[in-house]
Design a protein around this ligand. Structure first.
Ligand code: TYD
Ligand code: MG
Length: 460
């Protein structure tokens, strides 16, 4: 007989402990531990799979299995790597209300029209609500089947009832397996249910899209704990009051994680934005300090985004630091480099850095624009609105080359920018289109700070 053992599990992050603890050592939340029986569901399930090892030279059905089916939403297809692969499980995470259900019902509507039957499991909303949304975004089709359930075994059997070519679960937090001794939405339930769904998708070789909510901290019973179980993890993001939405891949077994998809939320659902640079720069303030444009290379397509900083005198002993859209550790590093190598004293300043439009930038090429925007705010000297910058900043304060210089300069020139601050690069890396662009090549951030100091002096 199986040996049952009591363990304690953090309801926030899933950390398991043999003893009850007051504070979770992993996510540092207080009082989150709940008792559960340590049954190994996963192991039991695995035993059922009836497969044999095969030689690597064995002929397989790769062509059939890895067939990519485009959803015909280009911004979506770009992010998943050109289309959805048979048997692939895609997790879409995002804050409540960001538009996950809207995106997915649009995918479902087009899929039903072009590729065959779709099963949409809605455990969260009523049939009426989902239908109303589908109507609004023009996604009604006879091949789109709705199933209202929160019970895992019902859902798994409903998937078997028809030859669906796509299954959608909205959302993973709303479904549960009654056999699992845990509340719906808890880490254990979410992980168990996802595992069962992944097995079903692989067994039937049909693609599946699972929606998962995340909170602002991104550390919840959801996408974070599921990343290793599914094939692809997409995040759908945006700033609440803005209509711009960005879809990006955090993990993708079938494609790059560099690509982003850009949408605008309007009254008829999500509209694709094919040329996003113009949109991202639309609301940019002119003549204010702390702002500069950065040409990011999100996969195959460059994108101009605005980097904003606010550096102000702090009134508290431990100044505040806030970073949005960037790696906050990287920003702390840049602050330290500025202090040490440019001789700027920032320890008594509150510093906030933001990428406008809700995009996340994880390229080191953003270092230079971040430093420029912080200096601009520190000195309170605005940068002209037709200036841009890119380059990596090293620990000695040196400004280093980055890849994609030609693509970046081309995009800047295309949008009529006049000046670009960059690392020292080969003249052959400067494209012909950029001939009207004034290039300022800098070696280190000391030189950069001098530009600001000289301007400050000429003002006096
Ligand atoms: P929803 O897809 O329900 O978000 P999620 O599934 O991520 O929780 O969409 C949420 C918001 O989008 C809602 O506040 C209304 C808005 N919306 C539009 O602006 N236009 C539309 O066509 C639709 C369907 C929704
Ligand atoms: Mg929803």
């Amino acid at each position: 007989m199986a040996h049952e053992k009591k363990i304690y599990e953090c309801s926030e992050c899933g950390f398991e402990s043999p003893k009850w603890l007051g504070k979770c050592p992993q996510c540092e939340s207080w009082n989150p531990f709940l008792e559960k029986i340590a049954k190994n569901y996963t192991k039991n399930k695995q035993k059922k799979i009836d497969t044999q090892p095969v030689s690597i030279l064995e002929k397989n059905h790769l062509d059939e299995q890895s067939k990519r089916i485009p959803t015909r939403i280009k911004e979506f297809d770009r992010v998943v790597g050109g289309g959805i692969i048979q048997g692939a499980v895609i997790l879409i995470g995002g804050e409540p209300g960001i538009g996950k259900s809207t995106l997915v019902i649009q995918v479902a509507g087009l899929w039903a029209k072009n590729n065959g039957s779709v099963l949409y499991v809605h455990g969260e909303e009523s049939f009426h609500q989902v239908k109303e949304r589908a109507q609004r975004v023009n996604a009604l089709h006879q091949n789109l089947f709705m199933f209202s359930s929160t019970d895992m075994s019902d859902i798994l059997s409903s998937i078997d009832t028809n030859q669906y070519s796509l299954v959608i679960i909205d959302s993973i937090q709303s479904v549960s397996n009654p056999e699992v001794d845990s509340l719906p939405g808890s880490i254990t339930q979410v992980r168990e249910c996802t595992y069962e769904l992944v097995q079903k998708a692989k067994q039937l070789n049909i693609p599946m899209i699972i929606i998962g909510h995340i909170t602002k901290e991104g550390y919840i019973a959801g996408p974070k704990v599921l990343e290793h179980i599914v094939d692809t993890v997409l995040y759908f993001e945006g700033e609440g009051k803005h209509s711009l939405r960005v879809l990006r891949a955090i993990k993708n077994r079938f494609g790059s994680t560099q690509e982003i998809g850009v949408f605008e939320m309007c009254s008829e659902g999500l509209k694709e934005i094919a040329d996003p640079s113009a949109i991202f720069l639309q609301e940019r303030p002119v003549g204010v300090s702390g702002s500069i444009v950065f040409p990011m290379v999100g996969g195959s397509r460059p994108l101009l985004v605005e980097i904003q900083s606010l550096v102000g005198k702090s009134r508290i002993p431990q100044p505040r630091r806030g970073v949005m859209g960037l790696n906050s550790q990287r920003v702390s590093l840049l602050i330290a480099i500025l202090e040490k190598k440019a001789g700027i004293f920032l320890s008594d300043r509150d510093i906030f850095v933001n990428v406008a439009g809700g995009v996340f930038v994880d390229e080191t090429a953003v270092d230079l624009p971040v430093v420029i925007s912080m200096l601009s705010s520190f000195w309170d000297l605005p940068i002209a609105s037709d200036w841009a910058a890119f380059g990596e900043v090293g620990l000695s304060g040196e400004i280093r080359r980055v890849n994609g210089a030609r693509i970046r300069l081309n995009e800047i020139a295309k949008f009529g920018f006049k000046t670009c601050i960059i690392p020292r690069i080969e003249p052959s890396d400067i494209p012909d289109k950029a001939e009207n662009l004034q290039i300022i090549s800098l070696e280190n951030i000391k030189e950069l700070n001098q530009l600001f100091e000289n301007r400050e002096k000429s003002h006096e």
